[in-house]
Write a protein of this length. Sequence first.
Length: 402
Amino acid sequence: MKISKKSFIFGAVFGITIALGLVSVARVFGIHFFLPGSASQQMYDKAKVVEKCIDSYYQGDIEDEKLIDGGVKGMVEALGDRYSQYYTEKEYKELMSGINGSYVGIGVTLRMREEDQALVVQQVMEGGPAAKAGIKVEDRFVSVEGTDVVGKKLDEVIDMIKSEDNKERKISIEVERTGTDGQLERLEKKVVCDEVKVISVHSKRFDDVGYIQVTEFDKETAGQFKVAMENNARNDSVKGLVIDVRDNGGGSLDAAIQMLDELLPEGELISEKSKKDGNKVYHSTNETSYDKPVIVLINEHSASASEVFAGTLQARGAAKLVGTKSFGKGIVQTVLSLERSCGGGIKLTTAEYFLPGGKSIHKKGLDPDISIEYKKPEGDYDPAKDEPLQMALKLIRNPSAE
């Protein structure tokens, strides 16, 4: 069997990926040959044998790209680390848009309605492209650029809209909604796709107490948090602050550190131990701080950067935690771009972090100062029935109420 282009790419990708596990990232991108008998050569040889078997005997269609990506994904999965992962080019772009806190799209959240599988607008971002075009909550998507989307999967429709290629491009979206007369009407909306910033921080006041909810940590979060602090926490009439990181699975460690710097006076924040950089300690700068009572709400889904944030405040004596034990993820992942070599990207566990005083929370979680479980109701959210929130408000207004 002659060597095909597929064979060459398959072997090269496997070789590069094996090298990732053997040498530092800097060397990975510089390697142009493999030593005879090395792990990369053995993997190449095995891949050739398996490929020959597939070509000769597999009764079915063969997609080169899927074979290659599947092989590389399997290699990373063999590490046995649930947090390490290989991303295809498409997956990598989607991942980075989340980390960067922005994406090219129209600024809506869609949901699949269970009873009829209709794609319904759940949320419209204020001031976003969709809002400007007149798309509203509960509108049902009928077509995108003339293509009927009724019955299509949610991901398929999102891919038609959320794309870098659509930036500044006007697309036609047909929606169906119930008019003021109760009749269904169809409307065509021309929406200009643009860069949309993810809103990860939501804030308000409960009378004399500030409230800030952080849903994820990305590159935009720290800036949004600073604005929320100015609007709803740094005011003479505010007695204290409740920060809600329940169900926040984490994200950017840098964003969490910036937010801690916003709240804490000079001192240690976290320390980090990594194979590549050794030990590193992060400190707050004392440029700003917050001296009023702070309560942080956590639950079993508060993880990673959320635990860095809440745990550091607790360890520094700057906040009390209310809720349930957190998830317990005290390791750091780094996303490496492979765009200049084999395409896509790879996320690897690269470090472990420790709270002030050297405490590790990995596989342990954070213990709340006051344990209160909260189960979300099936209907609309009612703050008055949110027991952890109500306890937090009570403690801010009367610290001895505990």
